[in-house]
Design a protein around this ligand. Structure first.
Ligand SMILES: [Zn+2]
Length: 117
């Protein structure tokens, strides 16, 4: 379940940016091609964040659609599942424009809260 390694990376990033403050919410963006299962990620986040400043934080997310561009005819399209052939000309030389993102977009912290841990 690769959600655990993603959750670890998310928690590490949030902890670094929180600088000792208690985190109340972490907002992440991930591309559809990452094939992240949001429920699994939320579950993993809940476990990985224990005993960190992210403990109890809400995880929210945004899924970035996967967009491809055909190298041959410059056709651009969105895909639901990995299928990398251009529907315009049938070409297989394509560029992934989006869909591989995986980033912590923002975190919210309790202002003025002391680090008690
Ligand atoms: Zn094409």
């Amino acid at each position: 379940m690769h959600e655990f390694s993603i959750a670890s990376a998310v928690v590490d990033t949030a902890v670094r940016h929180a600088a000792g403050r208690h985190v109340t919410e972490v907002h992440v963006r991930f591309g559809r091609l990452r094939q992240v299962v949001p429920d699994s990620l939320e579950f993993a986040f809940g476990i990985v964040s224990r005993e960190t400043v992210c403990d109890g934080a809400k995880l929210s997310w945004e899924v970035v659609p996967a967009r491809l561009r055909c190298t041959g005819c410059a056709h651009e399209w969105e895909i639901e599942l990995p299928a990398f052939r251009c529907p315009g000309c049938g070409g297989a030389a394509v560029t992934v424009l989006s869909g591989e993102e995986l980033e912590v977009e923002s975190i919210e912290v309790e202002e003025g809260a002391a680090c008690i841990a």
